[in-house]
Design a binder for this molecule. Structure first.
Ligand SMILES: C[S@@+](CC[C@H](N)C(=O)[O-])C[C@H]1O[C@@H](n2cnc3c(N)ncnc32)[C@H](O)[C@@H]1O
Length: 214
């Protein structure tokens, strides 16, 4: 059987099954809509949270905080865990810090206001889960795979490695731009990596989910 087509009616049905969001997440969703901030959907947020909880992850790394929406979902999947998240845009980093505080997670979230590529190289911390939400932004496939390796080097056995936009609205099949080429090369790297077991979940724009083998 093929993956079901998510019509507007079916989308409304699955939306009705989503957990209720608190006022902070609801406000962030409205702001993202109004200001065109590219955040994950609530479904994806709920999935990220659930995966983190199932994996028992406590130390989470995120590349691409925006205003902290996915970070809140990730942190809420942990039991009093910690999030280290990179955001290069000053205003977004400030907003992310304020949102984490308002969500009661201010002490658990560290927003590093720097380029994730350079910042990752200096980061010595180890993590139980990693969420990459800026594959589109890298200048080449080489940079994309270097970042992927840097993330994996910081993950222990059993850790989760996840990345958003794994389908690029279907562009990954025949990539015609740098963004799609980055995502396609990331997907190939994950699928073939001997340390990873993985799949792509066709939720929203696709979520790549991998687990670091024992
Ligand atoms: C898709 S958004 C992140 C959305 C967020 N994860 C969420 O769902 O709430 C990607 C973010 O990465 C940031 N960004 C892009 N390139 C970056 C880089 N090299 N280092 C750090 N942040 C970067 C952008 O400014 C943008 O806010």
């Amino acid at each position: 059987m093929r993956t079901v087509e998510v019509t507007e009616e079916l989308q409304a049905y699955i939306d009705s099954l989503l957990p209720q969001r608190d006022p902070v997440l609801t406000r962030m969703e409205e702001e993202a809509q109004r200001e065109n901030i590219p955040i994950v959907s609530p479904h994806e947020g709920a999935l990220l949270s659930l995966l983190v909880r199932i994996a028992g992850a406590r130390r989470v790394l995120e590349l691409g905080s925006a205003t902290g929406y996915s970070g809140i979902w990730l942190l809420r999947g942990t039991s009093a865990g910690e999030l280290t998240t990179f955001e290069v845009d000053h205003k977004r980093a400030e907003r992310a810090r304020a949102n984490f505080s308002e969500a009661g997670l201010g002490k658990q979230a560290t927003v590093l206001e720097q380029d994730a590529v350079g910042g990752l190289q200096k980061l010595e911390t180890r993590f139980d889960a990693c969420f990459i939400d800026l594959l589109n932004s890298f200048s080449s496939e080489d940079v994309t795979l270097r970042v992927a390796e840097l993330c994996l080097e910081r993950l222990d056995s059993g850790a989760l490695m996840m990345a958003d936009n794994a389908l690029r609205q279907g562009e990954v099949i025949k990539p015609k731009n740098q963004q799609a080429r980055n995502v396609a090369s990331y997907n190939q790297w994950v699928a073939r990596h001997p340390r990873l077991e993985s799949l792509v979940i066709p939720i929203r724009d696709g979520l790549s989910v991998a687990r670091v083998k024992e």
